[in-house]
Design a protein around this ligand. Structure first.
Ligand SMILES: [Zn+2]
Ligand SMILES: [Zn+2]
Length: 287
């Protein structure tokens, strides 16, 4: 089975609405430079297709997934799984409705509070709803050959709770952690004393990790306590250099201001010199 990374940006994407920064303007002029909100597509061993997060860039993202998997120009997922109810993670759900895809019976998998929020927003009708119990691995469809496990994560939970998702394949496993507030709270919630110990306890081979910002002063004076994310500089400060037995750590959910988006930046070089990397749309992981 395979997982394709089909979105590496934070909820606002790149270009971000109304932003005249050089990176957003260049992505506006050349759509091949656009980065879509954090999202993955999982292909089961039976060929079934499972979307994690539904962003407004859904048409482009399904295209990237199909091409990366070599199964055509686009695809229709059998299930949709959502980590939490913030904008970029759910604003593509409406496209499953009658105005666009006209789906019926697509399985929507999320926690009860996320499902309640989606229902309140009037987006539930194309879906067959499936509430998830925390921390119990389950198969999203009968013969898909892999499991999801929801891991509760602290994140500004004004609309719903938040989970990371572990994708457990027959050969290896992957962690999908697009959003969390800070490492102290997250490690406290999962009962581990360091990032390395937590990742080790999860027995994963790949970790897609919240890399929204590089540093705390990235937004030029805007109050970042309203949008808490551990900066990459903090995460790599805690991790240090990649050691034997560490999973591959791949940063994604990148804000348009994040210097690591540019592979020739000093920050991106620093990250790779430590053995970690930045996510690229279309990358396929074999689990
Ligand atoms: Zn997000
Ligand atoms: Zn911008």
């Amino acid at each position: 089975m395979r997982v394709v990374l089909i979105g590496t940006a934070q909820d606002g994407g790149v270009p971000q609405a109304g932003c005249g920064c050089s990176r957003c303007v260049s992505a506006l002029r050349d759509p091949s430079k656009a980065l879509h909100p954090a999202c993955c597509l999982v292909e089961g061993s039976d060929g079934s297709l499972h979307l994690i997060e539904a962003s407004r860039a859904l048409p482009q993202q399904l295209g990237i997934a199909a091409i990366s998997l070599g199964i055509g120009n686009t695809l229709v997922p059998d299930t949709v799984t959502i980590t939490h109810a913030h904008l970029g993670h759910i604003d593509g759900l409406g496209q499953f409705g009658k105005e666009v895809m006209g789906s019926s019976g697509t399985r929507l998998i999320a926690s009860k509070s996320v499902i309640d929020f989606i229902r309140k927003r009037g987006l539930i009708s194309p879906f067959e709803v499936n509430n998830v119990e925390r921390s119990v691995p389950f198969s999203p469809s009968e013969k898909c050959g892999f499991q999801f496990e929801f891991i509760p994560i602290p994140h500004r939970d004004e609309f719903s709770d938040t989970h990371a998702i572990k994708v457990i394949g027959p050969v290896s496993s992957l962690l999908f952690l697009p959003d969390h507030d800070d490492w102290v709270e997250t490690l406290d919630m999962v009962g581990q004393s360091s990032i390395r110990e937590w990742l080790k306890s999860l027995e994963i081979d790949f970790a897609l990790i919240d890399g929204t910002f590089w540093s705390e002063n990235e937004l030029g004076g805007r109050d970042m306590s309203q949008i808490p994310h551990p900066p990459i500089s903090d995460t790599i400060g805690r991790l240090g250099r990649k050691e034997d037995g560490d999973p591959e750590v791949i940063f994604f959910h990148l804000n348009h201001t994040n210097p690591v988006i540019d592979p020739s930046s000093d920050e991106c070089r620093e990250l790779s010199s430590l053995g970690w990397s930045v996510g690229e749309q279309g990358t396929t992981f074999v689990l």
